[in-house]
Design a protein around this ligand. Structure first.
Ligand SMILES: Nc1ncnc2c1ncn2[C@@H]1O[C@H](COP(=O)(O)OP(=O)(O)OP(=O)(O)O)[C@@H](O)[C@H]1O
Length: 638
């Protein structure tokens, strides 16, 4: 799907996240849906009438009439055969076309809902979203994705691949067969009534029972199977993904055979449940065949009397018999439609769960200070954090304020917009969990160099994710250019603030393309300049393909330092004026870290940068070094 198509399916709902019109309401697909149903119904009706006409023809032929008396029926049978064949072919073609179009729309729509509308940015993902395996593509990149923190990586991957795929069946395999069955059954009953009204009534009754009872049994069986298989399948996928991701470590620790045995057990458990459920589903299908057979016998039973006493020409007996058989063809698709309805609904439920607000602390709107049209004067960086400039007093949101933020649409933010944090308090583990941030005040202005140090687990990454607007703080306010960040369109925030996460992901493409993720419109020269400004010039010159060199899967062909510099170039090529770099020197030895920070200073030029680091090497040129301790910031000695 092109970017234009992707945008076409995007709308903004009240919660500021992307959604798309519900399936069935999209004008563009309505005609395709209608075509599928019309062709399906035409093929089904043609098939039924073809059988009836054939029955008539065979019976009439047995009476050895002159060939001319059979000619019309022969022509009708031939014509119906063609209509049936072409109708079926056309229906399959149209159904595939519809399914593929819908799948493309669905993938984009659900991915957008997961990422909360983030475009193809290099913004880091909150850690809860980083659990998603790399094979899932770019990690979800927004606060929306933080809500997926309760899902395992395998589960999230499965939902966004398998479940999204499943949704494409709603029109083609659920709604379509139901409508076709209704139209074809009405046509068959009408024809039977025209031949012999009582036979029509019997056929109608049989079709009604088959169209309601059998799908109901199939529906109930499928619901039970889903319940039983759901947990078993999730256990198997979890085992599988973990075993694959940690294969080398497991093998080295001698856990390989044990893991294989666990996989075997999980697979066998799922297989056993699957076989039992398949047997139940087969019984439902058998019930359908039984009803069709019983209806045929009943139709013949009511027709034999009139046929023998002259109320019905005997030649119509054959037509009625085959008509009764053919009429059940469309209805036979309903049990599968019922089963599909269960799996489609379950897939949609799982996807909604994955994108829905999860924890009250994450979804509850933080008390918002009034957007500071006149922001408090920036606190001098030398002032101790415990004595910040007076923050705007938190004001309760007006009673009429909608729970979903209405984004302020300010004039483009000034390039000098300052990022401010006031009285931030946050418990990433939710209510009851320890407060990782307990009254943090901070400012980052363009041109400033700030280092943030602190012990492992002090909350540095949590603070960076809050500052980038990826996660909403429990209390306090983050402002950008005088606006509360929650009230700004995420795209506006992203244009100004860029976070490079600890484990900057490199995609299996060229160096240049990895940088281009930061600014899709960047020219080759801009990308080259960004890379060189991070100190990668010598390396690029030594590579035969320069910036076109492929970095391998997950950047396996580059060193840790090169990875960090590519990630930095990705930030630099973006228009963002404020950069948050989380542990960019984590994988570097002290001399390399020093060199990186020196290059960084030159590369970011007049942008503002907050560098999170464990080590205090190479921070001499920084304007301030803040230490996060016990949830608060205090100035540290350089
Ligand atoms: N989604 C989450 N759910 C529960 N706890 C969380 C979550 N995210 C972070 N935490 C907790 O918050 C604390 C701070 O984590 P954070 O990653 O910010 O530390 P850090 O200072 O960046 O550590 P490091 O230097 O080791 O990367 C940790 O105790 C961590 O367990």
């Amino acid at each position: 799907m092109s970017a234009i198509d992707a945008r076409a399916v995007r709308t903004r709902d009240g919660a500021g996240r992307d959604s798309a019109p519900p399936l069935g309401s999209a004008g563009s697909g309505a005609r395709q849906r209608l075509r599928v149903i019309a062709l399906g119904a035409a093929a089904a009706i043609a098939g039924t009438v073809l059988l009836a006409a054939s029955g008539w023809l065979v019976t009439r032929a047995a009476e050895r009439p002159p060939v001319l008396a059979l000619l019309a029926a022969i022509v009708v049978v031939r014509a119906l055969g063609l209509v049936r064949a072409f109708g079926r072919y056309g229906e399959r073609l149209a159904a595939h076309d519809l399914a593929f179009r819908q799948l493309a729309e669905l993938r984009v729509r659900w991915y957008r809902r997961l990422v909360g509308g983030a475009p193809e940015s290099a913004q880091a993902a909150p850690r809860s979203a980083r659990a998603a395996p790399r094979s899932a593509g770019a990690a979800p990149q927004s606060a929306q994705a933080a809500r997926t923190g309760t899902l395992s990586a395998a589960d999230l991957l499965s939902r966004f691949v398998v479940d999204v795929d499943e949704l494409q069946h709603r029109d083609v395999r659920v709604r379509g067969p139901v409508l076709v069955a209704v139209v074809a059954s009405v046509a068959a009953v009408a024809l039977a009534v025209a031949i012999l009204p009582v036979a029509g009534l019997v056929l109608g009754g049989g079709l009604f029972v088959a169209a309601t009872l059998v799908p109901a049994v199939a529906f109930a069986a499928a619901r039970g199977a889903l319940r039983r298989q759901g947990a078993a399948r999730a256990a198997l996928v979890d085992e599988l993904v973990e075993a694959m991701e940690a294969a080398p470590q497991l093998a080295l620790a001698g856990h390989g055979p044990e893991r294989v045995a666990r996989l075997d057990d999980a697979s066998a458990a799922l297989g056993q449940i699957g076989r039992r459920d398949a047997a139940t589903a087969a019984l439902a299908q058998g019930l359908g065949t039984l009803i069709a057979g019983a209806t045929l016998v009943a139709v013949l039973a009511v027709a034999v009397g009139p046929a023998s006493d002259g109320g019905l020409a005997p030649v119509w007996l054959g037509a009625l018999a085959l008509l009764a058989l053919g009429a059940f063809e469309a209805v036979a698709a309903l049990p599968e439609a019922a089963t599909r309805a269960v799996s489609v609904a379950a897939a949609e439920r799982r996807l909604e769960e994955a994108v829905a607000p999860a924890s009250p602390t994450q979804s509850a709107p933080a008390p918002q200070s009034a957007p500071a049209s006149a922001p408090s004067a920036p606190a001098p960086q030398s002032a101790p954090a415990s004595a910040p400039s007076a923050p705007a007093p938190p004001q309760p949101a007006p009673a009429s304020a909608p729970s979903a933020p209405a984004f302020a649409q300010p004039a483009p933010l000034s390039p000098d917009a300052v990022l401010t944090a006031r009285s931030l308090r946050h418990r990433p583990g939710g209510a009851g969990a320890p407060a990782v941030l307990d009254g943090v005040d901070l400012e980052l202005a363009p041109g400033r160099r700030i280092a943030l140090v602190g012990a492992s687990g002090a909350g540095k990454t949590v603070l960076a994710e809050l500052l980038a607007g990826l996660v909403r703080a429990d209390e306090g306010e983050i402002g950008l250019g005088g606006h509360a960040i929650d009230t700004l369109d995420p795209a506006v925030v992203r244009a100004q603030v860029r976070l490079a996460g600890q484990d900057a992901h490199l995609f299996a493409t060229s160096i240049a393309n990895n940088v281009r993720i930061g600014a899709p419109q960047a020219t080759g020269a801009e990308i080259d300049a960004a890379l060189r400004s991070t100190g990668l010039g010598g390396w690029l010159d030594a590579l035969p393909d320069g910036a076109a060199t492929l970095v391998g899967e997950e950047g396996s062909a580059v060193s840790g330092g090169q990875r960090q510099r590519i990630a930095l170039a990705r930030c630099l090529v973006s228009p963002a004026r404020l950069l948050l770099l989380d542990e960019p020197t984590a994988m570097l030895d002290p001399p390399a870290a020093r060199a990186f920070l020196a290059d960084l200073d030159a590369a970011v030029a007049d942008r503002g940068v907050l560098v999170i680091t464990h080590e205090r090497v190479g921070l001499d040129a920084f304007d301030a070094i803040w230490e996060l301790r016990d949830g608060r910031l205090q100035l540290a000695d350089g």
